[in-house]
Design a protein around this ligand. Structure first.
Ligand code: FES
Ligand code: FES
Length: 152
């Protein structure tokens, strides 16, 4: 066990965990922040996507010991009132079906637009490609990312 001080959604959080614990489980099991989902556990589905210093990152394979003072943003901290342009576009298009993959989709889309506010369709496709949706909401996801990019 070791103590880590993490910067999560602008707040310092101290946790006492095994250094190899993936940050996904620190968030979910130790801090009760369950917006970030577990899908595959092997960095293949994107359900667990968070931002690490603004970059979309898979939290299921990222040991807490590798984070240091990097800023973590989770779906809970993306906006104060659920009014990030990506979240608003998601509502406008009514993207989710079961919803399970959607936090990861939104975190990937918001990181994309932060770096590239006006992505082409191809750039959206490339950025979102690794986020799997078993309900097949891909068409609505692409549409919502486009709307969010136009509203920014
Ligand atoms: S749970 Fe992390 S990529 Fe699937
Ligand atoms: S909305 Fe069900 S997995 Fe994507």
């Amino acid at each position: 066990m070791a103590t880590f001080t993490l910067n999560i959604n602008g707040k310092k959080q101290e946790v006492d965990v095994d250094p190899s614990t993936p940050i996904l489980w620190v968030l979910r099991d130790h801090l009760n922040m369950v917006g970030t989902k577990f899908g595959c556990g092997i960095a293949q589905c994107g359900a667990c996507t968070i931002h690490l210093d603004g970059t979309a990152t898979r939290s299921c394979t990222l040991p807490v010991s590798s984070i240091g003072d990097k800023k973590i943003t989770t779906i809970e901290g993306l906006s104060e009132n659920g009014d990030h342009p990506v979240q608003k576009a998601w509502l406008e298009v009514d993207v989710p079906q079961c919803g399970y993959c959607q936090a990861g989709q939104i975190m990937t889309a918001s990181a994309l637009l932060e770096k590239n506010p006006n992505p082409t369709d191809e750039e959206i496709e490339t950025a979102m490609n690794g986020n799997i949706c078993r309900c097949g909401t891909y068409v609505r996801i692409r549409k919502a990312v486009k709307i969010a990019s136009e509203s920014k």
